[in-house]
Ligand binder design. Structure first.
Ligand SMILES: [Zn+2]
Length: 197
């Protein structure tokens, strides 16, 4: 169960939603912690996923958008109201193009369940996942900020076209598998055509 990191004390479960296995992978998460938080980061206008230590943007934002805008919008809205948000549909608290998130989704990667909680509670609760490795929360918070900055500095532009998968992952029934076409890069390098006569 979820008691080890206190998720059940700070979050409300989204009832009636079962997430595809590996849903976090196309979103950009590469770690192995049980809980990750997902929300829209207004500062970069992109989906953001974090386990409390390592977080990143640049993932398959449309999977997140499909979930919150279509597939589970009613269930997530009801859960937000259970978290005390009075009018979630008109005052969307998970972040947007011009509004900073006050709440986030928590994905239980082991149980494939989805939860909602306030961001301030999420960050501390997720940080507790890492305490067994002997790091204190201050160090974790700093490394989270560093990681995010480093990712943006590492952006390299190469000639390529987007693969039609989800950022390097393809959905097989209810589970995401690495895409064989682009080798998980999400991009297919453009090979210049050689014209011969
Ligand atoms: Zn692909």
């Amino acid at each position: 169960m979820a008691e080890t990191t206190g998720i059940t004390r700070i979050a409300v479960q989204v009832v009636g939603v079962s997430m595809p296995g590996n849903w976090d992978r196309p979103l950009g998460y590469t770690g192995n912690k049980r809980y990750v938080a997902v929300y829209w980061d207004c500062s970069v206008d992109d989906v953001y996923i974090t386990d409390g230590l390592v977080g990143r943007s640049g993932g398959a934002w449309w999977l997140y958008a499909n979930l919150v805008d279509h597939d589970a919008r009613q269930q997530i809205s009801a859960t937000l109201m259970a978290c005390g948000v009075s009018d979630p549909l008109n005052n969307w608290p998970l972040g947007g193009h011009e509004t900073y998130a006050t709440h986030g989704l928590i994905l239980d990667r082991f149980e494939h369940s989805l939860w909602v909680a306030q961001l301030s509670n999420i960050s501390r609760s997720l940080s507790l996942q890492h305490l067994s490795s002997g790091e204190d929360i201050g160090t974790i918070t700093m490394s989270l900020i560093r990681e995010k900055d480093a990712l943006y500095k590492d952006l390299v532009i190469r000639p390529n076209i987007p693969c039609d998968c989800a950022r390097g992952w393809v959905l097989l029934s209810d589970y995401y598998m690495p895409c064989p076409r682009c080798q998980r890069s999400g991009k297919i390098e453009v090979i210049p055509e050689v014209v011969t006569f």
